[in-house]
Design a protein around this ligand. Sequence first.
Ligand SMILES: Cc1cc2nc3c(=O)[nH]c(=O)nc-3n(C[C@H](O)[C@H](O)[C@H](O)COP(=O)(O)OP(=O)(O)OC[C@H]3O[C@@H](n4cnc5c(N)ncnc54)[C@H](O)[C@@H]3O)c2cc1C
Length: 516
Amino acid sequence: MKQPNETIHVDLLVEPDNIGDARHIRAAALAKAGLEDDGLVAVRVVRRSIDARAKMPRFQLRVAVGAEAGPVSVFQPQALGERRAVVVGAGPGGYFAALTLLEAGIKPVLLERGRDVRARLKDVKKIYSEGLVNPHSNYCFGEGGAGTYSDGKLYTRATKRGDTDRILDLFVAFGASADIRVDAHPHLGSNVLPRLVRGMREAIVASGGEIHFEAHVTDLVLDSGRACGVRLAGGETVTGDAVILATGHSARDVYDLLLRRGVLLEAKPFALGVRIEHPQDLVDRMFYHHSPRHAALPAASYRLACQTAERGVFSFCMCPGGFVVPASTAPGELVLNGMSLASRKAPFANAGLVAEVRPSDVPGDDALALLRFQAEVEQTMFRAGDGRTQRAPAQRAEDFLQGRMSTNLGATSYIPGIYAAPVHELLPGFVTRALREGLAILGKKHKGFDSSEATLLAVESRTSSPVRIPRDRETFMHPQVPGLFPCGEGAGYAGGIVSAAMDGVAVAAAVERELK
Ligand SMILES: Cc1cc2nc3c(=O)[nH]c(=O)nc-3n(C[C@H](O)[C@H](O)[C@H](O)COP(=O)(O)OP(=O)(O)OC[C@H]3O[C@@H](n4cnc5c(N)ncnc54)[C@H](O)[C@@H]3O)c2cc1C
């Protein structure tokens, strides 16, 4: 038997019955590595995913055998110098930019239109209890940004855009379970995210940064064409050596203010459709080929895509064991999204099922044409209801395919409630055509996906920003406005928590280069 001089990685397939048995995993890993157990060799799981191809799903583990990695300090703020940057928006883009600025000795002054994470929860609850959408504090606006009351999925395909491991390390440093460094598809859950967000805020303030809530930015302050600050709704100005604009994809007034200032914007393709909801049992059957699932297995999830005659159709932000939520950001509109708790134990699974929308699909060729289209669809969905609450129009998938109203609807996780409506007529024709074709294709592959057990709720429209704020590839500054750094999802450079966080890191590094 050999002894390890360095860390060896081995891959194991482990039955659900054994996944909680550390001794079993240790013995299997050492046997596979050809090592005897002297009681000293460190064995740790570094990657965990599920192999659902077999009849009974199994866990696929990558296990490191050998020297234990020592703890590393991931957040290292420096003494602050004279320089300061205004950061607009306390979502993942803004918060990770602020953390990175502090590590460069630059003081971040963070301005957030919404309320802190605790007060924000009260506003979110009012959407349910009173049907009231506060335009500054809701599922998209407020401390932590759009992802705070979400599923908290922490994976991204944009791995080339930055260091995903560092983002996950920072989340762990602020209190996330170390499991997120191991799971192939890590997630946090709505009940965990607020605590992490608060931890980040406390670290930013303790390191000399400033955070101001209910600070609604309504204008840019320019000095000889260079961004040197912002103006708030109350009239006061906040100045800095750079302005990072990380306001997310729902801040429509920010695009308006930029246009008013003559700042160049571009229309950007996005996607629109419905939330599709199934009983979780059915999703387990479809993707684990098995129900009820083994107690050690997480609720099954999926990520689907297909090509229809005209355009791509794909699932978006799938929330196993989760809830459909009202994510509107203004009165008079209806927008749906999804979230889950860490345990993902709710009896429903939901996901966006959306079709691509391109500039050529909508009237107008200006930068905001797609945004107007998005807003009109959301308002149509609101008006289709009682005109007061966030109740959502819904249709069984089978009826959507047949073009008929549902005579009744199944149970749903959507707390404001659903009512039977001709969703196929309420959606734009080209979206209905694509979703019908896409549903049929996906239903052929996954039995039950397009059945009467699936409910379609409208509308899923905030998949990504329909506008891009251009920036230079090297400097990350707007080509017309030096000092202005568009950042994150609202600027069109991210889609999701981790990619927005990575963009915040990249933009803060660009600010540091610029201010040197
Ligand atoms: C319900 C829901 C569930 C989601 N689930 C997931 C998920 O599971 N995984 C995932 O990766 N992504 C998820 N997302 C998407 C994810 O939240 C976003 O991609 C991400 O938050 C974008 O980060 P950001 O920092 O670019 O912008 P945002 O998070 O949108 O933050 C922008 C911030 O700017 C503030 N702001 C806007 N305008 C102004 C202004 N004028 N003045 C001052 N402040 C302003 C807003 O209040 C907001 O807090 C979800 C989104 C929602 C709504």
